[in-house]
Design a protein around this ligand. Structure first.
Ligand SMILES: Nc1ncnc2c1ncn2[C@@H]1O[C@H](COP(=O)(O)OP(=O)(O)OP(=O)(O)O)[C@@H](O)[C@H]1O
Ligand SMILES: [Mg+2]
Length: 212
């Protein structure tokens, strides 16, 4: 049996790829799955999060697998991890362009975080196109979004017309995402009964269904 590979990708910087990778990984782990994360971004943000987590939990208690890879090595590393883990979550750099192809090729699902703005919608097209040409399912996720704002509705409509699937769950704009990152926590761990935690758990359920 080989595990499923979830690649989190988006050309635009700062849309929530790393936050989503970390939080999804913990939620999937809490569903009783063996989960590894693979950082292919030279910025190493997901690696920093993992190291903070390891510091806090201790080497022996660490509950996620972790590797780094260059863009071209993503496929090789992910395939190796998928032999040991139920899920491999790959974080990718912004502006990855054609270099990002191996991370898309190896994916069972491509998750694209999109913040509500026209710039994000434009930036999403190349990732969708790459996923579609590799025949990979896409799940777009509205992140840092307020349901009350018109731009959220407009972005949702544009994404629904773009050829990928848009997750029903919308992630709100919550400072907690930034706060938990340097402590190596997920928001479901830091504030388990908060609205952010329930959103993230719902999204993890959607991702699990989409990846099957
Ligand atoms: N839902 C959210 N609410 C509030 N802040 C958020 C949310 N998601 C992400 N952030 C914050 O936005 C910033 C960028 O997030 P993150 O690093 O996850 O994006 P990224 O797409 O990985 O960025 P890069 O392209 O540089 O790798 C961080 O400070 C993060 O804490
Ligand atoms: Mg990142």
């Amino acid at each position: 049996m080989t595990g499923k590979v979830i690649t989190v990708a988006q050309q635009k910087g700062g849309t929530g790829k790393t936050s989503l990778s970390a939080n999804l990984a913990v939620c999937l782990k809490n569903k009783g799955k063996r989960v590894a994360i693979l950082d292919t971004d030279p910025q190493g943000s997901l690696g920093h999060w993992f190291m903070a987590r390891r510091e806090r939990l201790g080497e022996d208690a660490i509950d996620l697998g972790f590797r780094t890879a260059s863009a071209w090595g993503a496929r090789y590393e992910a395939n190796a991890l998928a032999k040991e883990y139920d899920f491999v979550v790959i974080d990718t750099p912004p502006k990855m362009g054609i270099d990002g192809k191996p991370a898309i090729e190896t994916a069972d699902l491509v998750v694209i975080p999109v913040t509500p703005s026209p710039v994000d919608i434009w930036a999403t097209t190349p990732t969708i196109d790459m996923a579609v040409s590799e025949k990979k399912p896409v799940l777009m996720v509205l992140n840092r979004a307020s349901e009350r704002m018109r731009i959220t509705a407009e972005t949702r409509q544009a994404l629904q017309e773009s050829g990928g699937t848009l997750a029903e769950t919308v992630l709100g704009n919550r400072v907690l995402y930034a706060e938990v990152m340097h402590e190596g926590y997920a928001i479901t761990e830091k504030r388990p009964s908060g609205p952010g935690a329930s959103e993230m758990k719902k999204l993890a359920d959607e991702v699990s269904k989409a990846v099957r």
